[in-house]
Design a protein around this ligand. Structure first.
Ligand code: SF4
Length: 368
C-alpha cells in the first residue's frame, strides 16, 4: 500500500515540521510518518478559518488527535484580520483560484519561518491531502516559502497517493473527527452544501466551543440591535423564548423590559407549542418534555395583540430561512401569528450563506 519511506523521505526529515490544516487531512499523513519512524511536530496555523468558533473546533480536533499520539503541537496565532489583508482584492476569486494561492503562501510562510527558527530542515503540509485543493498551488507556495530561508526544504510529496486517501477516510470514521463542510474562509462558505442533519451537527459543535462570556457578549449585542428597530419600539406584546444554554440568552433581556412590554413564552403541549403570558421568572416551572422553564397558567387564546415574535433556531441565512432543531414546533406555531413580524435570534456562527430548508419551513422577516 505504501511507498518505501527511504525512497522519498528527504534528507534531514527525521525531524519534520508538519503544517496541519485540520484533523481529517492530518490523520493518514501522521500515521504514515510515524510508521516510517518520523515523529512530526504539528504546526497549527490557519488564520483563514472563519468564524472564530469554527477555527476553535478544528483546532480542538487537531489538538485532541496530536495529544492522543503524544505529539507536540505548536499553536500559531489566529489573526483573521491579517489574513483578510493578505487576500485583499481576491475575495471574489473562485475556490482553487488566486485567493487560495495567497492563502497557502501566508500559512506556509509562517510554517517555514517557525521551522527555520527552530532547527527544522524539512517542513511539509497536510493541505495537499484534500482533493478540493490544487496540489500544484500547494507545491508552488511551499517551495516559495522554503526559498525565503536558507537550508530549508519543502517536502512536496503528494499525500493523496500510496493508499493515504483511503486511510484518510477510514481514520475520520475511526476517530469520529469533526469533518468540516467548507474549506475554511467566509468566501468558501458560499459553496457549502449542508443537509439539515449535517448543519445541525456542525452548529452544535461550533456553539459547543463558545465560552459563557462569549455567549453573554454576543447575546447582549443581539438585544442591542433589536432595541434599535422600529418594530421592537412599537411592539407592546412580544412572543419570545426562555433560552437554553446553546441559544442567545433571553432572561436578562426579558427582565430589563418586563415592566414596559408584555412578554409571552412558548409552552410545549404534546406535539405543539402553546403561548402563555410571562408574569415574572418566579412564576416559571420546568417544562415536562425538555425541562425548559415555562409560565404556569392557561394558554393565551387570542394571539392577535402579538406584533413581534423572536424565534430561536440552529441556523439562519440572509434570506431569512431558518433551520430549527428538527421537531417542527415553530413551523406549527408561527402560522397562528400571520401578522406578527418574525425575528430570528442567533449567535454570529449561526448565520450561514444558505440554510437547507423545505416547504414547511417558515421564513423570518429579519435576522437580528
Ligand atoms: S477557499 Fe480555502 S484555500 Fe481558498 S482562500 Fe478560502 S480558506 Fe484559503
Amino acid at each position: 500500500m505504501k511507498e518505501s519511506p527511504n525512497e522519498i523521505v528527504p534528507e534531514g526529515a527525521a525531524k519534520v515540521l508538519l503544517h496541519t490544516c485540520c484533523a481529517p487531512c492530518s490523520g493518514a499523513i501522521i500515521e504514515w510518518m510515524m510508521q516510517a519512524g518520523i515523529t512530526p511536530v504539528i504546526y497549527y496555523c490557519n488564520p483563514n478559518i472563519y468564524p472564530l468558533e469554527e477555527y476553535l473546533v478544528r483546532k480542538g480536533e487537531c489538538s485532541r488527535y496530536a495529544r492522543s499520539l503524544g505529539l507536540q503541537i505548536v499553536d500559531a496565532d489566529y489573526d483573521h484580520a491579517a489574513w483578510l489583508h493578505c487576500i485583499k482584492g481576491l475575495e471574489s476569486e473562485p475556490e482553487r483560484g488566486a485567493r487560495c494561492l495567497e492563502c497557502f503562501r501566508m500559512r506556509l510562510l509562517s510554517a517555514a519561518r517557525y521551522a527555520s527558527e527552530n532547527g527544522f530542515k524539512v517542513f511539509t503540509s497536510t493541505l495537499g491531502s484534500s482533493r478540493w485543493k490544487r496540489h500544484d498551488q500547494i507545491v508552488e507556495a511551499g517551495l516559495w516559502a522554503a526559498s525565503q530561508f536558507s537550508g530549508l526544504t519543502f517536502w512536496q510529496r503528494n499525500w493523496r497517493q500510496g493508499g493515504l486517501q483511503e486511510r484518510r477516510s477510514a481514520i475520520i470514521r475511526e476517530q469520529d473527527f469533526y469533518n468540516q463542510r467548507y474549506c475554511g474562509c467566509e468566501f468558501s462558505m458560499e459553496t457549502m452544501r449542508d443537509d439539515k442533519k449535517h448543519a445541525r451537527q456542525r452548529i452544535k459543535r461550533v456553539i459547543g466551543v463558545m465560552t459563557p462570556e462569549q455567549k453573554t457578549a454576543q447575546s447582549r449585542a443581539v438585544w442591542e440591535r433589536l432595541e434599535q428597530t422600529d418594530i421592537f419600539r412599537s411592539s407592546t406584546d412580544i412572543l419570545i423564548y426562555w433560552s437554553m444554554d446553546d441559544e442567545v440568552q433571553t432572561p436578562s433581556f426579558i427582565e430589563k423590559w418586563h415592566a414596559v412590554k408584555r412578554f409571552y413564552l412558548p409552552s410545549v403541549q404534546g406535539n405543539t407549542l402553546v403561548v402563555k403570558r410571562y408574569t415574572g421568572s418566579r412564576m416559571l416551572t420546568q417544562g415536562e418534555q425538555f425541562g425548559i422553564p415555562e409560565p404556569e397558567g392557561e394558554a393565551v387564546s387570542d394571539l392577535s395583540p402579538i406584533t413581534l415574535v423572536v424565534v430561536p433556531g440552529r441556523a439562519f441565512d440572509k434570506q431569512g430561512h431558518r433551520l430549527g432543531r428538527g421537531r417542527g414546533f415553530y413551523d406549527r406555531l408561527l402560522p397562528l401569528l400571520p401578522h406578527a413580524v418574525k425575528a430570528g435570534a442567533c449567535f454570529d456562527c449561526q448565520k450561514l450563506p444558505s440554510v437547507p430548508t423545505d416547504e414547511n419551513d417558515i421564513k423570518m422577516d429579519f435576522i437580528i
